[in-house]
Design a protein around this ligand. Structure first.
Ligand code: 8IG
Length: 272
């Protein structure tokens, strides 16, 4: 097993050489549903396949290689990561966090994690975007398990009291006052939850459930970045609405929301 911090450092050197951008400002990890809308941010100055960078594993979604798109948005150097990888694909926590660590090593100080998720709160139905206020990590793992971080990267331990940056959340609420906040429960998946598990998550204070984001958020905070989490509710979680979950509905919610997600990112990026 390679040291994940060294791997990210090496990948960042490769990325900067290929993109010609010496220091990034913002990285946006695109969850399902968010990729289509992201074209609203402008035309990329480079598109790099993650298969050409050290340490990246390929997403298992058929026909999609991972990509890092570089864009200039109002003078900010922005990286869009498409083709996120998950624990449920058989990856380690370090592999899941490699893109975030690589972009932070390449200078990014703000990390925007987007996802599609299930909604526990009946007032936040499919199509609603929610700002993540906090999370509950139910994956039973941590991206910081294993190798101790290099000394320059700070402690082996990290305080998560302000994991989802209060500053960035305030900026979002100023720019997009229609958005509410919620607590995201991160499960391993890939099965959806039982109604009893959704009851558990609700009782614990969660209003959103998903299979991504929590590990990347921890890894980013550990490396000193500010974290913003944006969830697109794509379905009601198990037991919240009477019927079963339908994967087609999930995909449809993403397609229907694409335009508004892109517009939202376009408003937010210049002020983050
Ligand atoms: I989209 O209902 C989407 N992702 N765990 N539960 C979990 N992940 C999800 C769900 C859901 N919907």
């Amino acid at each position: 097993m390679a040291n994940p911090y060294d791997l990210a450092e090496r990948a960042s050197v490769e990325l900067r050489a290929k993109s010609g951008v010496d220091s990034y400002d913002i990285v946006i990890v695109l969850g399902s549903g968010w990729r289509e809308g992201a074209s609203a941010l402008g035309t990329p100055t480079s598109e790099i396949s993650t298969s050409t960078l050290v340490g990246f594993v390929a997403p298992t979604v058929a026909g999609h290689s991972g990509q890092i798109l570089t864009l200039d948005v109002g003078g900010r150097h922005v990286a869009l990561v498409s083709g996120r990888v998950h624990l449920y694909e058989g990856n380690t926590a370090s592999q899941v966090c490699h893109s975030v660590r690589t972009l932070i090593a390449a200078g990014a100080t703000r990390v925007v994690l987007t996802n599609a998720c299930g909604g526990i709160d009946p007032s936040k139905g499919p199509g609603t975007v929610v700002v993540i206020r906090d999370h509950i990590n139910l994956t039973s793992t941590s991206p910081m398990e294993g190798f101790p971080p290099p000394e320059s990267y700070g402690s082996r331990f990290v305080d998560l009291t302000d994991l989802y940056s209060a500053r960035l959340r305030a900026v979002v609420h100023e720019t997009a006052p229609e958005l509410t906040e919620g607590v995201y429960a991160g499960f391993r998946g890939p099965h959806y939850e039982t109604p009893a598990e959704i009851n558990m998550a609700r009782t614990m204070g969660a209003s959103l459930v998903g299979m991504s984001t929590v590990l990347e958020a921890i890894a980013a905070r550990h490396l000193g970045a500010e974290v913003l989490g944006l969830s697109l509710v794509s379905n009601f979680a198990a037991g919240v609405s009477p019927g079963p979950l339908n994967h087609l509905e999930v995909l449809e919610a993403g397609q229907n929301a694409a335009g508004s997600l892109g517009a939202l990112l376009g408003r937010l990026v210049p002020v983050l």
